[in-house]
Design a protein around this ligand. Structure first.
Ligand code: SF4
Length: 362
Protein backbone atom coordinates (compact mmCIF):
# COMPACT_ATOMS: atom_id res chain seq x y z
CA UNK A 1 0.00 0.00 0.00
CA UNK A 2 1.50 3.34 -1.02
CA UNK A 3 2.03 6.23 1.40
CA UNK A 4 -0.78 8.27 -0.25
CA UNK A 5 -3.38 5.59 0.49
CA UNK A 6 -2.05 5.15 4.00
CA UNK A 7 -2.60 8.86 4.72
CA UNK A 8 -6.06 8.86 3.17
CA UNK A 9 -7.04 5.84 5.16
CA UNK A 10 -5.92 7.37 8.43
CA UNK A 11 -7.74 10.58 7.72
CA UNK A 12 -11.00 9.45 6.26
CA UNK A 13 -11.21 5.78 7.07
CA UNK A 14 -11.50 2.74 4.96
CA UNK A 15 -14.39 0.37 5.28
CA UNK A 16 -13.67 -3.14 4.32
CA UNK A 17 -16.56 -5.43 3.68
CA UNK A 18 -15.72 -9.06 3.17
CA UNK A 19 -18.07 -11.45 1.60
CA UNK A 20 -17.48 -15.10 0.79
CA UNK A 21 -15.29 -15.54 -2.29
CA UNK A 22 -14.93 -11.84 -2.93
CA UNK A 23 -14.01 -8.54 -1.38
CA UNK A 24 -15.74 -5.27 -1.98
CA UNK A 25 -14.09 -2.30 -0.46
CA UNK A 26 -15.37 1.22 -0.43
CA UNK A 27 -13.17 4.22 0.14
CA UNK A 28 -14.63 7.46 1.35
CA UNK A 29 -12.80 10.21 -0.42
CA UNK A 30 -12.29 13.85 0.61
CA UNK A 31 -15.11 15.22 -1.58
CA UNK A 32 -17.56 12.50 -0.48
CA UNK A 33 -17.34 10.95 -3.89
CA UNK A 34 -17.70 7.23 -3.47
CA UNK A 35 -15.47 5.14 -5.59
CA UNK A 36 -16.22 1.42 -5.69
CA UNK A 37 -13.99 -1.44 -6.62
CA UNK A 38 -15.98 -4.57 -7.09
CA UNK A 39 -14.18 -7.89 -7.30
CA UNK A 40 -16.60 -10.41 -8.60
CA UNK A 41 -15.93 -13.80 -7.22
CA UNK A 42 -16.02 -16.79 -9.51
CA UNK A 43 -19.68 -17.87 -9.56
CA UNK A 44 -20.30 -20.12 -6.59
CA UNK A 45 -21.81 -23.25 -8.03
CA UNK A 46 -24.53 -25.01 -6.18
CA UNK A 47 -23.63 -28.31 -4.57
CA UNK A 48 -26.26 -30.98 -5.14
CA UNK A 49 -26.72 -33.39 -2.26
CA UNK A 50 -28.48 -36.61 -3.19
CA UNK A 51 -29.75 -38.79 -0.36
CA UNK A 52 -29.74 -42.53 -0.97
CA UNK A 53 -33.05 -44.39 -0.81
CA UNK A 54 -33.21 -46.60 1.17
CA UNK A 55 -30.61 -45.68 3.77
CA UNK A 56 -30.11 -45.95 7.52
CA UNK A 57 -31.97 -48.08 10.02
CA UNK A 58 -33.11 -51.55 8.95
CA UNK A 59 -35.95 -53.42 10.63
CA UNK A 60 -33.56 -55.48 12.76
CA UNK A 61 -31.83 -52.40 14.18
CA UNK A 62 -35.12 -50.60 14.72
CA UNK A 63 -36.41 -53.58 16.64
CA UNK A 64 -33.26 -54.00 18.76
CA UNK A 65 -33.30 -50.35 19.85
CA UNK A 66 -37.03 -50.47 20.54
CA UNK A 67 -36.53 -53.59 22.67
CA UNK A 68 -33.94 -51.83 24.85
CA UNK A 69 -36.03 -48.67 25.18
CA UNK A 70 -39.14 -50.66 26.12
CA UNK A 71 -37.08 -52.73 28.60
CA UNK A 72 -35.99 -49.49 30.26
CA UNK A 73 -39.59 -48.28 30.46
CA UNK A 74 -41.00 -51.58 31.75
CA UNK A 75 -38.26 -52.70 34.11
CA UNK A 76 -36.34 -49.48 34.84
CA UNK A 77 -32.61 -48.80 34.65
CA UNK A 78 -30.15 -50.34 34.62
CA UNK A 79 -30.68 -52.75 31.76
CA UNK A 80 -27.61 -54.80 30.80
CA UNK A 81 -26.83 -55.38 27.13
CA UNK A 82 -24.24 -57.91 26.07
CA UNK A 83 -22.18 -56.31 23.34
CA UNK A 84 -23.15 -53.04 21.59
CA UNK A 85 -26.84 -53.43 20.80
CA UNK A 86 -26.06 -52.30 17.23
CA UNK A 87 -22.78 -51.04 15.83
CA UNK A 88 -23.32 -47.31 16.14
CA UNK A 89 -21.52 -45.00 18.53
CA UNK A 90 -24.44 -42.56 18.78
CA UNK A 91 -27.03 -45.20 19.51
CA UNK A 92 -24.81 -46.71 22.20
CA UNK A 93 -24.09 -43.31 23.82
CA UNK A 94 -27.76 -42.40 23.79
CA UNK A 95 -28.84 -45.65 25.44
CA UNK A 96 -26.01 -45.47 27.95
CA UNK A 97 -27.26 -42.02 28.99
CA UNK A 98 -30.72 -43.54 29.55
CA UNK A 99 -29.38 -46.20 31.91
CA UNK A 100 -28.12 -49.06 29.77
CA UNK A 101 -24.92 -50.82 30.81
CA UNK A 102 -23.03 -52.45 27.94
CA UNK A 103 -20.88 -55.42 28.84
CA UNK A 104 -18.58 -57.73 26.92
CA UNK A 105 -19.61 -60.96 28.60
CA UNK A 106 -22.52 -62.38 30.57
CA UNK A 107 -20.40 -62.89 33.72
CA UNK A 108 -20.14 -59.09 34.04
CA UNK A 109 -23.92 -58.88 34.56
CA UNK A 110 -25.13 -58.89 38.20
CA UNK A 111 -27.41 -61.73 39.30
CA UNK A 112 -31.06 -61.06 38.52
CA UNK A 113 -30.43 -58.04 36.27
CA UNK A 114 -32.38 -57.59 33.05
CA UNK A 115 -30.17 -58.92 30.25
CA UNK A 116 -30.52 -58.11 26.56
CA UNK A 117 -28.67 -59.92 23.76
CA UNK A 118 -27.67 -57.68 20.86
CA UNK A 119 -29.04 -57.75 17.29
CA UNK A 120 -25.98 -59.69 16.09
CA UNK A 121 -27.00 -62.88 17.86
CA UNK A 122 -25.19 -65.08 20.36
CA UNK A 123 -23.73 -68.54 20.56
CA UNK A 124 -25.48 -71.35 22.38
CA UNK A 125 -22.74 -71.24 25.01
CA UNK A 126 -23.47 -67.59 25.83
CA UNK A 127 -27.20 -68.25 25.94
CA UNK A 128 -26.70 -71.25 28.23
CA UNK A 129 -24.39 -69.34 30.58
CA UNK A 130 -27.12 -66.69 31.02
CA UNK A 131 -29.79 -69.33 31.54
CA UNK A 132 -27.65 -71.21 34.07
CA UNK A 133 -27.52 -68.05 36.13
CA UNK A 134 -31.26 -67.64 35.71
CA UNK A 135 -30.81 -64.14 34.32
CA UNK A 136 -34.04 -62.52 33.05
CA UNK A 137 -33.27 -62.51 29.31
CA UNK A 138 -34.65 -60.51 26.39
CA UNK A 139 -33.26 -61.59 23.03
CA UNK A 140 -32.85 -58.74 20.52
CA UNK A 141 -31.18 -60.96 17.91
CA UNK A 142 -32.43 -59.91 14.47
CA UNK A 143 -34.91 -62.53 13.18
CA UNK A 144 -32.86 -62.75 9.96
CA UNK A 145 -29.79 -63.74 11.97
CA UNK A 146 -31.86 -66.30 13.88
CA UNK A 147 -32.96 -67.67 10.53
CA UNK A 148 -29.31 -68.22 9.55
CA UNK A 149 -28.71 -70.01 12.89
CA UNK A 150 -31.64 -72.33 12.15
CA UNK A 151 -30.46 -73.00 8.62
CA UNK A 152 -27.00 -73.92 9.84
CA UNK A 153 -28.49 -76.25 12.47
CA UNK A 154 -30.81 -77.86 9.93
CA UNK A 155 -27.90 -78.58 7.58
CA UNK A 156 -25.89 -79.98 10.45
CA UNK A 157 -28.79 -82.24 11.42
CA UNK A 158 -28.74 -83.54 7.83
CA UNK A 159 -25.16 -84.66 8.49
CA UNK A 160 -23.46 -81.82 6.61
CA UNK A 161 -20.35 -79.93 7.64
CA UNK A 162 -21.01 -76.18 7.73
CA UNK A 163 -19.02 -73.53 5.87
CA UNK A 164 -19.72 -69.98 7.04
CA UNK A 165 -19.03 -67.06 4.70
CA UNK A 166 -18.24 -64.04 6.87
CA UNK A 167 -15.70 -61.82 8.57
CA UNK A 168 -13.53 -63.29 11.27
CA UNK A 169 -14.14 -61.72 14.68
CA UNK A 170 -17.53 -60.20 13.81
CA UNK A 171 -20.01 -60.90 16.64
CA UNK A 172 -22.53 -62.33 14.21
CA UNK A 173 -19.95 -64.82 12.96
CA UNK A 174 -19.11 -65.79 16.54
CA UNK A 175 -22.81 -66.25 17.29
CA UNK A 176 -23.52 -68.37 14.19
CA UNK A 177 -20.37 -70.47 14.69
CA UNK A 178 -21.48 -71.12 18.22
CA UNK A 179 -24.86 -72.43 17.09
CA UNK A 180 -23.32 -75.34 15.20
CA UNK A 181 -22.28 -78.23 17.45
CA UNK A 182 -19.42 -79.37 15.20
CA UNK A 183 -18.16 -75.82 14.58
CA UNK A 184 -17.84 -74.14 11.18
CA UNK A 185 -15.19 -73.64 8.54
CA UNK A 186 -14.93 -69.88 7.96
CA UNK A 187 -14.23 -68.50 4.49
CA UNK A 188 -13.74 -64.78 3.92
CA UNK A 189 -12.66 -64.72 0.28
CA UNK A 190 -12.95 -66.87 -2.83
CA UNK A 191 -9.24 -67.68 -2.43
CA UNK A 192 -9.97 -69.26 0.98
CA UNK A 193 -12.10 -71.93 -0.73
CA UNK A 194 -9.07 -73.64 -2.28
CA UNK A 195 -7.51 -74.02 1.17
CA UNK A 196 -10.51 -75.68 2.82
CA UNK A 197 -9.95 -79.11 4.30
CA UNK A 198 -13.31 -80.82 4.55
CA UNK A 199 -14.39 -84.18 5.97
CA UNK A 200 -16.64 -85.22 3.08
CA UNK A 201 -16.90 -83.12 -0.08
CA UNK A 202 -20.40 -84.53 -0.71
CA UNK A 203 -21.79 -83.58 2.70
CA UNK A 204 -21.30 -79.83 2.94
CA UNK A 205 -23.51 -76.76 3.31
CA UNK A 206 -22.79 -73.05 3.44
CA UNK A 207 -24.49 -70.16 5.20
CA UNK A 208 -23.57 -66.46 5.17
CA UNK A 209 -23.21 -63.52 7.51
CA UNK A 210 -26.27 -61.31 6.96
CA UNK A 211 -24.34 -58.08 6.46
CA UNK A 212 -22.80 -59.49 3.30
CA UNK A 213 -24.97 -59.05 0.23
CA UNK A 214 -25.66 -61.36 -2.67
CA UNK A 215 -22.99 -59.47 -4.59
CA UNK A 216 -20.44 -59.85 -1.80
CA UNK A 217 -20.89 -63.57 -1.60
CA UNK A 218 -21.46 -64.58 -5.21
CA UNK A 219 -17.79 -65.17 -6.10
CA UNK A 220 -17.25 -67.17 -2.92
CA UNK A 221 -20.37 -69.24 -3.52
CA UNK A 222 -19.31 -69.83 -7.13
CA UNK A 223 -15.90 -71.04 -5.92
CA UNK A 224 -17.58 -73.34 -3.37
CA UNK A 225 -19.93 -74.82 -5.98
CA UNK A 226 -17.08 -75.23 -8.39
CA UNK A 227 -14.96 -77.18 -5.91
CA UNK A 228 -17.85 -78.97 -4.16
CA UNK A 229 -20.66 -79.49 -6.70
CA UNK A 230 -22.92 -81.19 -4.14
CA UNK A 231 -22.73 -78.42 -1.54
CA UNK A 232 -26.11 -77.24 -0.21
CA UNK A 233 -26.92 -73.61 0.52
CA UNK A 234 -29.83 -71.28 1.17
CA UNK A 235 -31.90 -69.57 -1.49
CA UNK A 236 -30.66 -66.11 -2.48
CA UNK A 237 -33.79 -64.59 -0.95
CA UNK A 238 -32.39 -65.59 2.44
CA UNK A 239 -29.74 -62.87 2.25
CA UNK A 240 -30.69 -59.80 4.28
CA UNK A 241 -32.96 -57.50 2.27
CA UNK A 242 -31.62 -54.35 3.99
CA UNK A 243 -27.98 -55.06 3.23
CA UNK A 244 -28.75 -55.72 -0.42
CA UNK A 245 -31.04 -52.67 -0.80
CA UNK A 246 -28.48 -50.28 0.72
CA UNK A 247 -25.75 -51.65 -1.50
CA UNK A 248 -27.92 -51.40 -4.62
CA UNK A 249 -28.76 -47.78 -3.84
CA UNK A 250 -25.17 -46.72 -3.13
CA UNK A 251 -24.05 -48.37 -6.35
CA UNK A 252 -26.63 -46.38 -8.34
CA UNK A 253 -25.85 -43.22 -6.42
CA UNK A 254 -22.10 -43.48 -6.95
CA UNK A 255 -22.67 -43.38 -10.74
CA UNK A 256 -24.44 -40.02 -10.40
CA UNK A 257 -22.23 -38.02 -8.03
CA UNK A 258 -18.65 -36.83 -7.51
CA UNK A 259 -18.26 -38.09 -3.95
CA UNK A 260 -20.01 -40.46 -1.55
CA UNK A 261 -20.43 -39.99 2.18
CA UNK A 262 -21.45 -42.96 4.30
CA UNK A 263 -22.76 -42.16 7.76
CA UNK A 264 -21.87 -44.98 10.10
CA UNK A 265 -19.42 -46.13 12.72
CA UNK A 266 -16.02 -47.60 11.97
CA UNK A 267 -17.00 -50.96 13.51
CA UNK A 268 -20.14 -51.25 11.38
CA UNK A 269 -19.53 -53.98 8.82
CA UNK A 270 -22.34 -52.94 6.46
CA UNK A 271 -21.30 -49.25 6.57
CA UNK A 272 -17.72 -50.11 5.64
CA UNK A 273 -19.01 -52.20 2.78
CA UNK A 274 -21.05 -49.25 1.43
CA UNK A 275 -17.91 -47.11 1.40
CA UNK A 276 -15.92 -49.92 -0.30
CA UNK A 277 -18.58 -50.31 -2.99
CA UNK A 278 -18.49 -46.61 -3.89
CA UNK A 279 -14.69 -46.76 -4.08
CA UNK A 280 -14.84 -49.82 -6.32
CA UNK A 281 -16.97 -47.75 -8.70
CA UNK A 282 -14.14 -45.21 -8.71
CA UNK A 283 -15.62 -42.47 -6.54
CA UNK A 284 -13.95 -40.99 -3.48
CA UNK A 285 -15.93 -42.20 -0.49
CA UNK A 286 -15.68 -41.44 3.22
CA UNK A 287 -17.17 -43.13 6.26
CA UNK A 288 -18.02 -40.63 9.01
CA UNK A 289 -19.77 -41.06 12.34
CA UNK A 290 -21.41 -37.64 12.07
CA UNK A 291 -20.92 -34.06 10.81
CA UNK A 292 -17.80 -33.64 12.94
CA UNK A 293 -16.01 -36.11 10.70
CA UNK A 294 -16.39 -33.93 7.59
CA UNK A 295 -13.37 -32.30 5.99
CA UNK A 296 -14.38 -29.04 4.21
CA UNK A 297 -11.70 -29.66 1.56
CA UNK A 298 -13.70 -32.68 0.31
CA UNK A 299 -16.31 -30.30 -1.09
CA UNK A 300 -13.99 -27.99 -3.05
CA UNK A 301 -14.37 -28.15 -6.81
CA UNK A 302 -17.14 -30.75 -6.91
CA UNK A 303 -20.76 -30.34 -7.86
CA UNK A 304 -22.53 -33.28 -6.27
CA UNK A 305 -22.37 -35.48 -3.19
CA UNK A 306 -24.24 -38.71 -2.52
CA UNK A 307 -25.12 -39.42 1.10
CA UNK A 308 -26.10 -42.77 2.52
CA UNK A 309 -26.18 -44.31 5.98
CA UNK A 310 -25.42 -47.79 7.26
CA UNK A 311 -28.19 -49.95 8.68
CA UNK A 312 -27.35 -48.90 12.25
CA UNK A 313 -27.02 -45.12 11.69
CA UNK A 314 -29.91 -42.89 12.84
CA UNK A 315 -31.44 -40.40 10.41
CA UNK A 316 -30.66 -37.37 12.60
CA UNK A 317 -26.96 -37.92 11.78
CA UNK A 318 -27.74 -37.67 8.07
CA UNK A 319 -29.64 -34.43 8.74
CA UNK A 320 -26.66 -33.10 10.71
CA UNK A 321 -24.32 -33.82 7.83
CA UNK A 322 -26.66 -32.13 5.33
CA UNK A 323 -26.86 -29.05 7.56
CA UNK A 324 -23.09 -28.91 8.04
CA UNK A 325 -22.41 -29.08 4.30
CA UNK A 326 -25.01 -26.34 3.84
CA UNK A 327 -22.82 -24.07 5.94
CA UNK A 328 -19.87 -24.64 3.61
CA UNK A 329 -21.60 -24.41 0.26
CA UNK A 330 -24.93 -23.41 -1.17
CA UNK A 331 -26.73 -26.72 -1.50
CA UNK A 332 -29.75 -28.29 -3.13
CA UNK A 333 -30.98 -31.47 -1.49
CA UNK A 334 -32.66 -34.26 -3.40
CA UNK A 335 -33.65 -37.81 -2.56
CA UNK A 336 -33.01 -40.65 -4.96
CA UNK A 337 -35.87 -42.55 -6.46
CA UNK A 338 -35.88 -45.78 -4.52
CA UNK A 339 -38.14 -48.19 -2.74
CA UNK A 340 -39.27 -47.39 0.75
CA UNK A 341 -38.93 -50.40 3.01
CA UNK A 342 -41.86 -51.52 5.10
CA UNK A 343 -40.42 -54.60 6.81
CA UNK A 344 -41.22 -54.78 10.52
CA UNK A 345 -40.27 -57.51 12.93
CA UNK A 346 -42.41 -58.51 15.90
CA UNK A 347 -41.17 -57.52 19.33
CA UNK A 348 -40.52 -60.27 21.90
CA UNK A 349 -43.27 -60.82 24.52
CA UNK A 350 -40.96 -59.66 27.35
CA UNK A 351 -41.29 -56.05 26.14
CA UNK A 352 -44.88 -56.02 24.93
CA UNK A 353 -46.34 -56.81 28.34
CA UNK A 354 -47.47 -60.30 27.24
CA UNK A 355 -44.79 -61.87 29.46
CA UNK A 356 -43.21 -60.00 32.35
CA UNK A 357 -39.75 -60.86 33.60
CA UNK A 358 -38.79 -60.82 37.22
CA UNK A 359 -36.01 -58.33 37.84
CA UNK A 360 -34.21 -59.22 41.05
CA UNK A 361 -31.25 -56.89 40.97
CA UNK A 362 -29.27 -54.48 38.87
FE1 SF4 B 1 -31.23 -57.80 10.51
FE2 SF4 B 1 -30.31 -57.25 8.07
FE3 SF4 B 1 -30.57 -55.32 9.84
FE4 SF4 B 1 -28.66 -57.15 10.17
S1 SF4 B 1 -28.80 -55.65 8.52
S2 SF4 B 1 -30.03 -56.34 11.74
S3 SF4 B 1 -29.73 -58.96 9.37
S4 SF4 B 1 -32.26 -56.54 8.99
Amino acid sequence: MCVKWFVISCTYGIHLIFIQYGIIYTMLLEDDEVQKYDYTAPPMTELTLILAQPRGFCAGVDRAIEIVEKALQLYGAPVYVRHEIVHNKWVVQDLRAKGVVFVGEVDEIPDGAITVFSAHGISEKVENSAKLRDLPIIDATCPLVTKVHREAQRYENEGRQIILIGHEGHPEVEGTSGRVRGGVLLVQTAADVAKLEVENADALAYVTQTTLSVDDTKDIIAALKNRFPNIAGPELRDICYATQNRQNSVRDLAQQVDLILVIGSANSSNSNRLRDLAEEIGKPAYLVDDARGLNPAWFDSISSVGITAGASAPEHLVEGVVDAIGKLRQTRVQTMNGDLENTRFKLPPEVTGEKMLEKKAG
